[in-house]
Design a protein around this ligand. Structure first.
Ligand code: PGA
Length: 235
């Protein structure tokens, strides 16, 4: 594991964006696993800026996002599809056909989960998976549990996640109770994992990286990954 501690969140975003840009420079057609939430916003802004400055192209890049709320349409500003379009895809030269987010409106959720796993497989897996971490140690929406789920699946969001993420919605009641999330297999099989965390996550980062490996702290499974980079802000 490579642990990069940064002075603040601005430097955290810069270091994370550099890791992604370096990969895209070496491998123009990389498959990026992307994340939503407040943590990656600054890194996405940096990538957009470097694209604007003609320093970075996403023309051949393919992306797969970790998760999506169930019941939200891609047009909903609360959906993760909207988040990705707004924070990254609209600002770079990516082919929108090459951007993938689970379909929160799928009627047959099992079919949608199977489709998503088959899609990741057809892309030959993920070159770099970007991750934030939940206060409870979740990655994507792989919530603390007694067992690991390897496949893409539908989850009931934990009380903790609902409380934390309610801030993004008009009220806690307006927030979906379920989501579709990539399972642990494609995350752990990603050729590189980039875990990014602001200073308020220091406690859970320490638990995840140096505590016991357990599905009760899903991010602790990343200890088993051979090429894990963690960017953690000090303040
Ligand atoms: P955050 O969410 O970036 O908004 O803190 C991270 C997560 O819940 O995975």
């Amino acid at each position: 594991m490579l642990l990069i501690e940064t002075r603040d969140t601005e430097e955290m975003s810069l270091r994370a964006a550099e890791q992604i840009a370096a990969l895209l420079t070496l491998k123009r057609d990389a498959v990026l696993g992307l994340a939503t939430g407040s943590t990656p916003i600054g890194a996405y802004a940096k990538l957009a800026q470097w694209h604007k400055e003609n320093a970075l192209s996403f023309r051949q890049v393919k992306t797969v996002n970790l998760d999506e709320y169930r019941g939200l349409s891609p047009q909903s500003p609360d959906s993760y599809r909207w988040f990705m379009n707004h924070h990254l895809f609209q600002h770079v030269d990516i082919d929108m056909q090459n951007t993938h987010v689970p379909n929160g409106l799928a009627e047959d959720v099992r079919e949608e989960c199977a489709r998503y796993d088959a899609l990741i497989e057809s892309l030959h897996g993920i070159d770099l998976q970007l991750l934030g971490i939940g206060m409870n140690g979740h990655i994507g929406f792989n919530e603390p549990a007694s067992t690991i789920t390897l496949e893409t699946h539908c989850v009931t969001l934990s009380e903790n996640t609902r409380e934390v993420n309610a801030a993004y919605f008009a009220s806690k009641d307006a927030m979906p109770t379920e989501a579709i999330t990539m399972g642990m297999r494609p995350i752990l099989q990603a050729r590189r994992v980039l875990l990014v965390a602001a200073a308020n996550k220091r406690g859970i980062i320490e638990k995840a990286l140096f505590g016991p490996v357990t599905p009760e702290v899903p991010a602790s499974l990343l200890q088993l990954h051979k090429r894990l980079t963690v960017v953690l802000a000090r303040s």
